[in-house]
Design a protein around this ligand. Sequence first.
Ligand SMILES: *[C@@H]1O[C@H](CO)[C@@H](O)[C@H](O)[C@H]1NC(C)=O
Ligand SMILES: *[C@@H]1O[C@H](CO)[C@@H](O)[C@H](O)[C@H]1NC(C)=O
Ligand SMILES: *[C@@H]1O[C@H](CO)[C@@H](O)[C@H](O)[C@H]1NC(C)=O
Ligand SMILES: *[C@@H]1O[C@H](CO)[C@@H](O)[C@H](O)[C@H]1NC(C)=O
Ligand SMILES: *[C@@H]1O[C@H](CO)[C@@H](O)[C@H](O)[C@H]1NC(C)=O
Ligand SMILES: *[C@@H]1O[C@H](CO)[C@@H](O)[C@H](O)[C@H]1NC(C)=O
Ligand SMILES: *[C@@H]1O[C@H](CO)[C@@H](O)[C@H](O)[C@H]1NC(C)=O
Ligand SMILES: *[C@@H]1O[C@H](CO)[C@@H](O)[C@H](O)[C@H]1NC(C)=O
Length: 448
Amino acid sequence: MPIAAGKMARAAAIAALLSLSSATSLYSTYSFNPLEHLGGVAPYFEPEDPPTDPDPPQGCTPVRAAYLVRHAAIYANDFDVDEYIGPFTDKLQNVTNVDWSKIPALSFLSKWKPPMTDAEEELLTRVGKLEATQLGVSLSFRYDNFRTPERVWTSSAERTFESAKSLVRGFETNDNTINVVTIYESEQAGANALTPYKSCPAYSSSAGSKQAGVYQDKFTKPIVARLNSLAPSFNFTSDDIYGMMELCGYESVIRGSSPFCDLDLFTPDDWLGWEYTADVQYHYNVGYGNPVSGVVGLPWLNATADLLFKPADDPTVQDLYVSFTHRELPPTVLVAMGLFNNSEFGGSEATINSTMPLDRINHRRAWKSSHVLPFLSNIAIEKLNCTSCSHQGFLQYLKDRNDQFHGYSERCGVDYQNSTDVLTIYTDPKVGNGTSVGKRFLRETEVW
Ligand SMILES: *[C@@H]1O[C@H](CO)[C@@H](O)[C@H](O)[C@H]1NC(C)=O
Ligand SMILES: *[C@@H]1O[C@H](CO)[C@@H](O)[C@H](O)[C@H]1NC(C)=O
Ligand SMILES: *[C@@H]1O[C@H](CO)[C@@H](O)[C@H](O)[C@H]1NC(C)=O
Ligand SMILES: *[C@@H]1O[C@H](CO)[C@@H](O)[C@H](O)[C@H]1NC(C)=O
Ligand SMILES: *[C@@H]1O[C@H](CO)[C@@H](O)[C@H](O)[C@H]1NC(C)=O
Ligand SMILES: *[C@@H]1O[C@H](CO)[C@@H](O)[C@H](O)[C@H]1NC(C)=O
Ligand SMILES: *[C@@H]1O[C@H](CO)[C@@H](O)[C@H](O)[C@H]1NC(C)=O
Ligand SMILES: *[C@@H]1O[C@H](CO)[C@@H](O)[C@H](O)[C@H]1NC(C)=O
């Protein structure tokens, strides 16, 4: 009975593993996964921070929900390639006087080839497509009492559109029942797009680089020294280190694993330094350190609140709204909502920047980009039917947030004529019904 024998062998192997882990747990349970500390390059994971029960509270049932989702994993972001990864891989090709095979932590470099080509930059990887499809399936499980949505919205970039398509394929039970609606990534859309930061002149995509650079220099200094002592003629720079660590994330979502993630190459503290550098960047870019963040995020929150409270007999209403965007929007919505605020308990609006010092890591911060904007990061707002939870209370909260962040066009310093402060894509008939996506593998002759 080969099958039973196989099962027994496996059972024995599992028993051996179990006894091993219970033996080691007497001394240490430390484990560290760099992929959960990679900010915008982190593959999808659910941080469970705080580890609250994802099920609705006792006595409540979700009756409507809206999701804002960052696109899934891509081969590489062009900025990351131009600034960090490209210069490192070019230098690796140029430098021929290092015998990598003799350097234990770096020996893989003697055979390693970059995982992405120029043509693949910005495209979804297979892991990305699979994970977006998986999110579609898991949303259909989570909301099995909801009607299938008619439309899913996405900003117009290929990576967001393809993510939306993959999610739809996972969600649909029959082909072509859900349409994807594309919203152009205009620089003059005012608040009425899924990329309102692009039409906000007061937002700058480089905000935070200066501050992040200070911490990058600090955390990479000992790593540069360590690697240069191993391979002096390579002349590792701070940006090389940053790019090598980014490659851990990108290569993992392209090839399934990466030698750059090896903890013998970069230690857990090295990764925490990388993560903090990213968190400083996003704090000043799309977080609490940028006065315009909440202004950019509010219109989505506000439009979503409207959708969730539309009367159930409105024929246009959906039970589930899903929208795809880029990494910038979800964090600004979190600021508009007042979530992951480092100052919430102690401190004030005025001292928020001091919660992200540039000379050491604030390990107790609430603002962690790895939790807020990994690939496929998604924010959900659910309307719950409960006996104890008040609509009035929510409206008061929404009014407070509006008082704090209203006035998109004025506060963005809009310099074009026809701006708007309101997001209307979900209800404006002019936006249209979108198009269906088809099945990727539908070739009748090959189906049996
Ligand atoms: C690689 O070598 C070429 C040709 O010598 C040079 O132009 C280029 O700047 C070098 N690149 C790096 C990253 O060293
Ligand atoms: C304003 O006009 C420009 C150019 O016609 C258009 O691209 C943009 O979407 C408009 N913005 C709004 C908010 O209607
Ligand atoms: C090492 O790289 C840095 C930064 O690019 C450069 O300024 C320095 O001259 C290089 N040193 C050597 C020895 O090549
Ligand atoms: C963050 O928390 C502080 C302290 O409670 C508060 O003053 C500030 O308004 C909050 N920031 C936002 C954007 O909600
Ligand atoms: C935090 O720093 C940013 C960038 O210097 C600045 O624009 C912002 O006003 C600061 N926030 C506070 C509350 O001082
Ligand atoms: C909310 O729950 C109550 C009590 O279970 C039920 O009667 C009502 O139909 C529910 N409403 C919705 C919108 O699901
Ligand atoms: C928020 O929604 C309210 C009520 O629908 C509306 O009056 C207000 O203009 C909206 N503000 C923004 C910024 O969307
Ligand atoms: C969109 O769908 C609705 C409902 O099915 C229909 O009434 C409307 O005419 C459609 N709009 C377009 C632009 O096709």
